[in-house]
Design a protein around this ligand. Structure first.
Ligand SMILES: NC(=O)c1ccc[n+]([C@@H]2O[C@H](COP(=O)([O-])OP(=O)(O)OC[C@H]3O[C@@H](n4cnc5c(N)ncnc54)[C@H](OP(=O)(O)O)[C@@H]3O)[C@@H](O)[C@H]2O)c1
Length: 293
C-alpha cells in the first residue's frame, strides 16, 4: 500500500513516516515548497504523480492564537485545501483520511463529546477546521475524519517539549487547571491512521467511513499533565519543577480554548476495535524517546 500524507515536519506526518518504515508501508510525505495548502491548486499535480492508494490530510494551520488575526489564510489551509484533497481523492477513487480537532466544539458540555454532538467552534482555528470537515464531506463519500486533541510527541512543537524547555530555567510554572481533555501521542495517532487506512482501502463498507473521535484513554487537565511530565522527568534524572494550578482567566490568550475537550472514543473502538493507551502510559513512551535523543 502506498500512502500519501501532507506535511513533512509535523508531529503526525513524522510519526506516520516512522511507523510506515517499521511496517513496510510506503509513506510519501508532501509539503512546502512542493505544495502550499494556502494555494489548494498546487495540490493536484503532485498528488496525482504519487499515485497513492490512500491520502492522509494531516498538515494544517495549527497556530491557534495567530489564526485569530489571519482568518483568511487559516481558512484556505484548513478549509479549502482539505476540500480540494477530497475532490482529488474522489477523482482518483481512493479514500481520504483527515485529522480534525476537539476545537470544533465549544467545550461547555457536561460530559464527553461524541460524534453526534453539534460542532460550534469558539475560535477561528476551530471554525476553519470545521470548514475543512464540511468541504471534505461535500466532495467525497469515501472519507474518514479523525478528531483528535492535545497532540504531543518527540517531534515538532508541543506541550511536553514546552514544559521541559521552560523547566530548565524555572523552578515553578503556572499552568491552567480548568481545561479538561486527553493528551494524545502522535505515534499512536499514526498507528490508528495506518490501521484505518488499510481497512478502508480494502473494504467499501459505509460503516467504516465518516467522523470518529480519537484521543488517548483517560482524561486530565493541563496542570495535572504538566505535573506528570515533571514527575516522569525526575525519574529520568531531570529537575523537579513545581506546577502552580491557575485558572484560564489568569492566562488570557487571543483564541478561546474549550474548557471541556474530552472526546469519546467509543465509536472508533466499536467499529475499528481501536483504543489508544491510557495517556500516562503513552507519556512515559514519549519521555523515554526524548531522553534517548
Ligand atoms: N497539535 C495538536 O494538539 C492537534 C490537536 C487536534 C488536532 N490536530 C490536527 O492534527 C493534524 C496534525 O497536527 P500536528 O500536531 O502534526 O501539526 P504540526 O506539527 O503543527 O504540523 C503541521 C504541518 O503542516 C505543515 N503546513 C503548515 N502550513 C502549510 C502550508 N501552507 N502548506 C503545506 N504544509 C503546511 C507544516 O509545515 P511547516 O513545518 O513547513 O510549516 C507542518 O509540517 C492537524 O490537522 C491538526 O489540525 C492537532
Amino acid at each position: 500500500m502506498r500512502v500519501l500524507i501532507t506535511g513533512t515536519e509535523g508531529q503526525v506526518d513524522t510519526s506516520v513516516k516512522a511507523l510506515g518504515e517499521q511496517l513496510g508501508i510506503e509513506v510519501i510525505r508532501i509539503g512546502l515548497p512542493d505544495i502550499d495548502l494556502s494555494r489548494p491548486d498546487s495540490l493536484e499535480a503532485p498528488v496525482r504523480a504519487a499515485s497513492p492508494d490512500v491520502i492522509i490530510s494531516s498538515a494544517a494551520y495549527t497556530a491557534v492564537d495567530k489564526a485569530e488575526s489571519e482568518p483568511d489564510l487559516a481558512r484556505r489551509i484548513n478549509g479549502d485545501a482539505p476540500g480540494e484533497l477530497a475532490r482529488i481523492a474522489a477523482s482518483l477513487n481512493v479514500p481520504l483520511l483527515h485529522l480534525s480537532t476537539d476545537y470544533v466544539f465549544p467545550g461547555d458540555k457536561d460530559g464527553v463529546y461524541d460524534e453526534a454532538d453539534t460542532p460550534e467552534p469558539a475560535s477561528v482555528y476551530g471554525a476553519t477546521k470545521l470548514a475543512g470537515e464540511r468541504q471534505i464531506a461535500a466532495n467525497t463519500d469515501n472519507f474518514v475524519i479523525l478528531r483528535t486533541a492535545w497532540v504531543y510527541s518527540p517531534y515538532g512543537n508541543n506541550f511536553v517539549k514546552t514544559m521541559l524547555r521552560l523547566g530548565k530555567t524555572r523552578d515553578e510554572i503556572n499552568v491552567v487547571a480548568d481545561q479538561h481533555g486527553c493528551p494524545t501521542y502522535a505515534p499512536e495517532i499514526a498507528r490508528a491512521l495506518l490501521t484505518v487506512a488499510q481497512k478502508i482501502a480494502a473494504d467499501p463498507d459505509p460503516k467504516l467511513r465518516g467522523i470518529f473521535h480519537l484521543t488517548g484513554t483517560g482524561e486530565t487537565t493541563w496542570a495535572d499533565f504538566a505535573e506528570t511530565i515533571f514527575l516522569e522527568s525526575v525519574k529520568r534524572g531531570g529537575k523537579a519543577v513545581k506546577v502552580n494550578p491557575i485558572a484560564t482567566s489568569d492566562y488570557p490568550t487571543p483564541a478561546k480554548r474549550p474548557a471541556n475537550s474530552r472526546l469519546s472514543g467509543a465509536k472508533l473502538h466499536s467499529i475499528y476495535g481501536l483504543q489508544l493507551d491510557p495517556w500516562p502510559v503513552s507519556l512515559s513512551y514519549c519521555m523515554d524517546a526524548l531522553a534517548a535523543t
